[in-house]
Design a protein around this ligand. Structure first.
Ligand code: JJW
Length: 446
């Protein structure tokens, strides 16, 4: 048997997000978010599920933190519900919301768990959406005000910040593919939004440099694409598909410019970017940490006219998780290696990696052996990336809890802890016990 051992000071954690776990959507002075509106729109979310109650972590966070302490994680990634702080997105602060997050963060710190805070994890205040949302440059300023408030308010308590979670999902999945809130299907709109998100990220970083303490970054998601053959057309098609997730967002932040070949590709689709003076300088201010979210990869080949990039993902028979995503740990290593080659030694935290398996409680147990296998396979790839020189500082699995998986609702379960969404009972899965032992040992047996 092989022993897969991680560095002694490697940080182990878990991740969640406000709209997916909190519930209490009309409590504590919280304003409406675009996900309240979207999830209550018939046909948008499977089973008509919504985040009204979710895991009720708004009320049960002390129980959740006790579970985190038992699990042995040293860092917990959560997100702030922007409309809990600014119910209208800007202007009047909701003091109840501020107090809630102080109580929450204090409980984390009291239990020796480091908070990693995501400022924007998709729950835009609806009041801002009503004025155009991320398509309106005023939202950039609103995000800057929100971020500045949070940096000042939580100085000395939170020292790891992420500005935007998965800007590809916020822009293209939500405004071109239409799968997430607000559900637009407009490539020009989505591309404009992707730029505004990056400008907003840069504004928050510039404010952080004046006000904040600690480290700041953002958390792009990426899906790997393996060429079906070594035909140049297949390789180039997959490069385009990968660049949509990686270069489109990482090049502006790390190199101060968009990838020319994608700009040209979008131009041929009639899509242009309106870049204001100073935007690229703002976007490309140095960041301290990089969050990376990885779940899956696919095999792709060139097919003229297919999708946005003449790229056809093909199913060659890889095993899949219960949400239908390929299990492709090699893509994890390849993506991380690509990041080192193209963007250098920025300290990386894996801010999301995990599997959807919908095992239920039987006799008080959840025997999610498939999740343990997924974690092992991906941690093996992660260790390969670390040993090949990628500067990875920590791994936070998605997710601590089963939760509201966006348009997939509650059927799709990613947690180490099972949630009974009727009783809100928490049940530790077998993967919880495996992760706990692995954290304690800093190694696992293969
Ligand atoms: C119309 C076509 O639509 C196809 C669906 O296309 C996607 C792509 C990607 C995702 C996706 C979901 N997640 C997990 C989340 N990451 C953040 C955290 O909140 C997790 O819940 N990552 N990527 C969903 C859907």
């Amino acid at each position: 048997m092989a022993i897969i051992k991680f560095p002694e000071h490697f940080k182990w954690g878990a991740a969640t997000a406000a709209y997916q776990i909190e519930g209490a959507v009309k409590e504590g002075g919280r304003g409406e978010s675009i996900w309240d509106r979207f999830s209550h729109t018939p046909g948008k979310v499977i089973n008509g599920d919504n985040g009204d109650i979710a895991c009720d972590s708004y009320h049960l966070y002390r129980e959740d933190i006790a579970l985190m302490k038992d699990l042995g994680i040293s860092v917990y990634r959560f997100s702030i519900s922007w409309p809990r702080i600014f119910p209208e997105g800007i202007g009047k602060v909701n003091e109840e919301g501020v107090k809630y997050y102080h109580d929450f963060v204090d409980e984390l710190l009291h239990n020796g768990i480091e908070p990693m805070c995501t400022l924007y994890h998709w729950d835009l205040p609806q009041a801002l959406q009503d004025k155009g949302g991320w398509a309106n440059r005023e939202t950039i300023e609103a995000f800057g005000q929100y971020a500045s408030f949070m940096f000042q308010e939580f100085k000395g308590k939170i020292s790891k910040w992420l500005t935007i979670n998965e800007p590809w999902c916020v822009s293209f999945l939500s405004n071109y593919l239409g799968a997430h809130a607000p559900g637009n299907k407009d490539l020009q709109l989505a591309t404009t939004i992707s730029h505004h998100l990056l400008v907003a990220h840069g504004l928050a970083v510039s404010q952080f440099r004046k006000i904040g303490e600690g480290e700041i970054g953002f958390a792009p998601n990426l899906e790997w694409l393996e060429p079906f053959s070594n035909k140049e057309e297949d390789i180039q098609a997959c490069n385009r598909g990968i660049a949509w997730f990686i270069e489109w967002f990482m090049d502006p932040v790390f190199h101060g410019k968009y990838p020319e070949f994608l700009l040209d590709w979008f131009k041929d689709k009639g899509v242009t970017l309106s870049i204001d003076e100073g935007d690229m300088e703002q976007i490309s201010q140095p960041i301290d940490i990089l969050g990376i979210n990885y779940y899956t990869g696919s095999v792709g080949r060139y097919k003229e006219g297919e999708g946005l990039f003449d790229l056809e993902p093909i199913d060659i028979g890889y095993a899949k998780t219960d949400i239908g995503w390929n299990i492709y740990p090699e893509g994890f290593y390849k993506a991380l290696h690509k990041l080192k080659v193209q963007y250098g030694d920025i300290p990386i935290y894996i801010t999301e990696n995990g599997a959807c398996y919908n095992d239920e409680v039987e006799n008080g147990e959840v025997k999610d052996t498939r999740r343990i296998e997924y974690l092992k396979q991906h941690l093996i790839s992660l260790k390969r990336a670390i040993d090949s020189g990628v500067n990875i500082q920590g791994y936070l699995t998605w997710s601590l809890l089963d939760n509201f998986e966006w348009a997939e609702g509650y059927d799709m379960r990613f947690g180490l802890i099972h949630i009974n969404f009727k009783t809100l009972a928490r049940t530790k899965k077998d993967s919880y016990f495996w992760y706990k032992q692995m954290i304690g040992n800093t190694w696992f047996e293969r």
